[in-house]
Write a protein that binds this ligand. Structure first.
Ligand SMILES: [Zn+2]
Length: 280
């Protein structure tokens, strides 16, 4: 299993009342960064895990009914904070991005897809089928903006489920099996059900050991440590409360059994990006 280089970026953030993500939390609006992982694979080049927000998100939510998304979840993206601009600043042009791995289809994860027009897009077929089955308003009510995956993006889709299935071992055995993106065990796609249809995490190793990117399986690292699921109202609206809690319990157990694994949620301020949005 080759070790990868890994850097975190923040591509915009949104604000929610804390209570939407944590039962018993306050009604005060809290900032939730849209974190993106940028990986360098020795053979396959640059691989992104999600994309955060970009101008395409604002375009997709310009008109009603999609504008409701922005009204319910106010989004901030400072000048230069789009991932493609930060990567360009760091010497990685969009043309160098070979793959974008998409954890799930919520707007804050696919908002920048159109900025990486040369990449392949890896996604679960389950997530895609679910979005395709919904009406425009039905998709919107689930946080999905199909306009962010235009025909050009659709032509680049590759399904997780077509990749070799591998049995997970050691502390990851509790997650069953995963899909091996490149067939070299460097990037394992692991289903983390509950938050949204076809929601996946990504497991890999960098020079310091294992990293498990878990997207929205938990809003924060503290919620994993203390087993604090969001209110059932929120999890049952977007996904499935029972499987969300089951996934969170497995992550909690993983953290206790294997503290060396860095378990990284997509919206947690405990994880510091390579550059903060204010540097951009
Ligand atoms: Zn989500």
């Amino acid at each position: 299993m080759p070790a990868l280089e890994w850097r975190l970026y923040e591509a915009g953030y949104c604000t929610h009342p804390e209570r939407a993500t944590k039962a018993g939390g306050s009604l005060r609006a809290c900032e939730f960064p849209a974190l993106v992982s940028v990986l360098r694979h020795p053979g396959h080049g640059i691989v992104l895990f999600d994309t955060g927000y970009s101008r395409h998100f604002f375009h997709a939510t310009e008109r009603f009914p999609e504008r409701l998304y922005r009204m319910v979840t106010p989004v901030r993206l400072h000048d230069g904070a789009a991932l493609s601009l930060q990567l360009e600043h760091d010497g990685i042009p969009a043309s160098a991005v070979a793959w974008v791995v998409v954890s799930h289809l919520h707007g804050d994860h696919v908002g920048g897809l159109a900025d990486f027009p040369y990449s392949k897009i890896a996604l679960s077929h389950e997530a895609w089928k679910d979005m395709q089955s919904r009406s425009r308003v039905g998709a919107l009510s689930m946080g999905l903006l199909p306009g962010l995956l235009d025909a050009h993006a659709q032509a680049r889709l590759q399904w997780f489920e077509d990749r070799p299935a591998v049995a997970l071992s050691g502390p990851f055995e509790r997650f069953g099996s995963g899909y091996d993106l490149f067939g070299d065990r460097s990037l394992l796609l692991i289903a983390l059900p509950g938050h949204a249809a076809g929601h996946y995490g990504l497991l890999f190793e960098d020079a310091s050991g294992p990293v498990f990117l878990i997207a929205d399986a938990s809003w924060s690292s503290q919620a994993i440590r203390d087993f604090i699921p969001p209110p059932a109202l929120v999890t049952s609206w977007l996904g499935d409360t029972r499987s969300y809690r089951d996934t969170l319990a497995k992550l909690n157990a993983l953290g206790k059994e294997a503290p060396e694994v860095r378990i990284v949620p997509s919206h947690c301020r405990e994880w510091r990006p390579a550059r903060s949005r204010t540097d951009a």
